[in-house]
Design a protein around this ligand. Structure first.
Ligand code: APR
Length: 243
């Protein structure tokens, strides 16, 4: 492992452009359950197609709203961990050496920004934001109560401003992530199962464009076989050693 850490550091030290992709794993040590890990994953208790789709919301808005309210509560109590902080440090170091840096995250918890990361591309939105279902009007505050609150402008139901299964992500957000993957020479992939598209394709796009990939994950993923360095451990333990 020490040799692998040294190799990963060497790749980062010689990079001229770094892209990072994070998934639920990086926030696990902040107490936010991941989606697909056995027993602890959120999806073990709830079927995603029952909760994280526009159809599910239309069928049972209260169930979906309450589930997100619960998740928002978990996120509100969470603090960035050593992994988030290490990525913020990496960004500062890259900027200090005029190395391009883009952090792309699938997470909706906002913890990267809280840790001090600046150039953050939130592919799946942010659970702390709310918008209305029909017209996507952003809404800053809403009453808590037994009913799903409604939009003050158009009266439609409120929903989290996240990207649900079956929904497209904003094109400019995806374009920024794709450009970062295509132009980086080192791609660091942290805490994602790399199964949900289009995020899952980003490290492969980087590989096809000639980048070297470093993976940080306690478990093997579809990416592991193609990574230049695969660091098997948690983000909170490994990332501070890299930076
Ligand atoms: N540090 C690093 N990685 C970890 C840690 C940790 N402490 N704990 C778990 N992991 C790894 C797991 O091994 C797994 O590979 O994090 C990954 C979590 O995978 P998923 O739960 O599938 O999360 P993610 O890849 O972010 O899911 C993608 O799917 O459900 C949708 O929109 C949701 O953004 C999410 C997307």
């Amino acid at each position: 492992m020490t040799g692998d850490i040294a190799r990963a550091r060497d790749l980062l030290d010689h990079a001229t452009s770094v892209a990072v992709l994070t998934g639920a794993g990086i926030s696990a040590e902040s107490g936010i359950p991941t989606f697909r890990d056995a027993l602890t994953g959120l999806w073990e208790k709830f079927r995603p197609e029952e909760l994280a789709t526009p159809e599910a919301f239309e069928a049972n808005p209260k169930l979906v709203w309450d589930w997100y309210a619960w998740r928002r509560g978990v996120v509100a109590k969470a603090q960035p961990n050593a992994g988030h902080r290490a990525l913020a440090d990496l960004e500062r170091q890259c900027r200090g050496h005029e190395v391009d840096f883009t952090l792309v995250t699938q997470n909706v918890d906002g913890l990267h920004r809280e840790a001090g990361s600046q150039r953050v591309v939130e592919l799946h939105g942010n659970i702390r934001r709310v918008k209305c279902f029909d017209r996507h009007h952003p809404v800053e505050s809403w009453p808590e109560g037994d009913h799903v609150p409604t939009c003050p402008r158009c009266g439609s139901l409120l929903r989290p401003d996240v990207v649900w299964f079956g929904e497209a992500m904003p094109p400019e957000v995806l374009a920024t992530a794709v450009a970062a993957a295509r132009t980086c020479d080192v791609f660091l992939c942290v805490g994602t199962s790399t199964v949900v598209e289009p995020a899952a394709s980003l490290p492969f796009l980087a590989l096809d464009s000639g980048a070297r990939v470093i993976e940080v994950n306690p478990q093997a993923t579809p990416l592991t076989g193609r990574a230049s360095v695969s660091l098997r451990g948690t983000a909170g333990a490994i990332l501070p050693l890299l930076v």
